[in-house]
Design a protein around this ligand. Structure first.
Ligand SMILES: [Zn+2]
Length: 454
């Protein structure tokens, strides 16, 4: 049985694997901090050398306008699928550094957990895949063609890879886009992510008064940006929570009967949600189950509103301007550029008389996507996970966005498969990030078993 072989292979090589993983974690490859640019390059170069050592003879760096991308390719047997594996070598900043119990770039294996920045996100979750590939290559059990792309700017917007990936179209062609940069619902709940939402953002400002006006001298006469902005924002939704922006829903992929059944079967406890967040799950489009509202439908949110006086006491003014920051999460099928244009047009159409609406900034994070529940890759992943956990994996639609994934899927022509082994307890992006060696081992077993079957 495959799993037993891979398990014993991991256990025999455990010490070596752990020490290599620690070498990778020791690079402070914080992409957003210019002071760490060289550390990012050193980390990328280490990965290139490492890929050479495990059988990817042509591993190299591809240049982008930002950080270089690590790329490698190993041809498989003719007629076998082409797998593109994605990961990122950059990590989040570490402040507040005083809250770390062990230094973030001195990897420490303690009580079965690797403690370091990047231990899970994403060095842990891509290194187990590289180790699985190493095993398959060594045992001559890798028949698929495997391409590897590990970028260095995921934590700060993936700008380099996004700007360059269309030039690499030929090189990136694949059948399966394998992604492990994702969590599971619980330690015994293997989870297949069936889709991600897209993202757009916009900052709107209402202005008009030349300066803050005296509310005694002008109240009831001058239009007030701080009063009018919320009124404008309220036109974005109808009373039943449905988005009222004309054209915004264009292209939204309909929910298939099979998806409806899956969505209704997703476990959701409103009381637990209320305890965890402080609010009941009553936002969004009324009458739709939570799973639909979260992953299958779009939403528009106000992230912040700023206007006027907020100090102690009283200040009698009509503020000169008011500003709101908005984001929208997009469902599969929506065109982000069209959604952004529709949102802007709606705001302009409803802008109050006497004030000026300015779109201060706007942008597209990327489109959303959704996989067919009948996907062959999902069936294979589900079978692999059933073998490991003796239970049916949960399917869920992720409400968040990983814009680079949708872009890579489009450019490579590959179908994304999102299964990872992260857990809430890993504290990614926070002080004391860690990753259980057990979860690292599970990730290794999953990738090795999945790819051995291709
Ligand atoms: Zn991250």
């Amino acid at each position: 049985m495959n799993l037993d072989r891979f398990s014993s292979s991991f256990d025999q090589n455990r010490d070596r694997i752990v020490s290599q993983w620690m070498e990778l974690l020791a690079f402070p490859s914080i992409s957003t901090e210019p002071a760490h640019h060289r550390d990012c390059l050193a980390c990328a170069e280490w990965l290139v050398r490492h890929l050479h050592s495990i059988g990817f003879d042509n591993a190299r760096l591809l240049q982008t306008p930002g950080k270089p991308v690590v790329f490698a390719e190993r041809p498989g047997r003719p007629g076998k699928p082409v797998v593109l594996f994605y990961g990122h070598y950059d990590v989040q900043p570490v402040d507040p550094v005083s809250e770390w119990r062990t230094p973030p770039f001195t990897p420490t294996l303690l009580d079965g957990r690797m403690r370091a920045r990047g231990a899970q996100d994403n060095k842990g979750q891509h290194f187990y895949a590289l180790k699985a590939l190493e095993t398959l290559i060594r045992d001559d059990r890798l028949q698929a063609t495997v391409k590897i792309i590990i970028e260095g700017e995921e934590e700060c917007g993936s700008h380099g890879i996004s700007a360059t990936m269309t030039e690499w179209r030929e090189r990136l062609q694949a059948d399966l886009l394998l992604i492990t940069d994702i969590a599971m619902d619980g330690p015994r709940t293997p989870t297949i992510t069936m889709g991600l939402r897209g993202l757009i953002h916009l900052t709107a400002e209402l202005s008009g008064p030349l300066r803050d006006l005296h509310s005694g001298a002008h109240g009831g006469v001058a239009p007030n940006p701080a009063l009018e902005l919320p009124r404008l924002l309220a036109t974005l939704h109808a009373r039943d929570g449905v988005i009222a922006v004309p054209g915004f829903y264009d292209g939204v992929q309909p929910i298939s009967p099979e998806e409806k059944v899956l969505a209704l079967s997703m476990p959701f406890d409103p009381e637990l949600y209320r305890r965890q967040t402080g609010v009941p799950p009553t936002g969004g489009e009324r009458g739709r189950p939570v799973a639909e509202r979260l992953g299958l439908r779009p939403c528009i949110d106000v992230n912040g509103i700023h206007a006027g006086f907020d100090g102690p006491g009283v200040k009698t003014i009509i503020p000169a301007k008011a500003r709101a920051k908005l984001t929208a999460r997009l469902a599969a099928g929506q065109d982000p550029a069209l959604c952004l244009a529709a949102l802007e047009a709606h705001l302009r159409q409803h802008a109050p008389e006497g004030l000026t609406l300015t779109i201060v900034e706007k942008g597209v994070g990327g489109p959303g996507f959704r996989l067919s529940p009948q996907s062959e890759w999902i069936a294979r992943a589900a079978a692999t996970l059933r073998g490991m956990y003796n239970t049916e994996p949960t399917r869920r639609w992720e409400g968040a966005s990983i814009p680079v994934i949708a872009g890579l899927a489009r450019v490579s022509g590959a179908e994304p498969l999102l299964v990872g082994f992260g857990l809430e307890e890993d504290s990614i992006h926070a002080p004391n990030e860690s990753f259980a060696l057990e979860q690292f081992r599970n990730g290794y077993l999953y990738v090795a078993s999945l790819l051995a079957g291709l």
